[in-house]
Design a protein. Sequence first.
Length: 160
Amino acid sequence: MLSVNIICVGKLKEKYLRDACLEYSKRLGSSCKLEITELAAERCAENPSKSEILRVINAEGKRILQRLEKCGCVIAMCIEGFQMSSEELAEHLESAAVSGKSSISFVIGGSYGLSDEVKARADLKLSMSKMTFPHQLARIMLLEQIYRAFQISSGGKYHK
């Protein structure tokens, strides 16, 4: 069974977001071995300078890199990444599994994004959309798309 790891900076603060995360985690239980790793967000000033933002991104990036498996496929969620359909994501997950990769790690950075080092480590940079969404919603949207991808691959009725 494929291991899917979601490494994310920050905690889900709202109960409805935590509930949605639990629901998709439960649904994914029969399709993959899911692990969600929450890393603490770096503290910074309310109106940080560019150098402070860079410090935050790099500090979070170092902690993310420590969590990434050497042999797994790494997908960095970033705005400049490639956009793909749900069907294409399903194909990508299938290809990774068929090519012998036993784990896929999706990385969601903090509210300021991912460090260049994390992006360089990624096998794929993926963007959800050109639109801007609340940072905490990204995890739920990603979980839903991973669930949808597994449903597409298995011929389930969820994807219409």
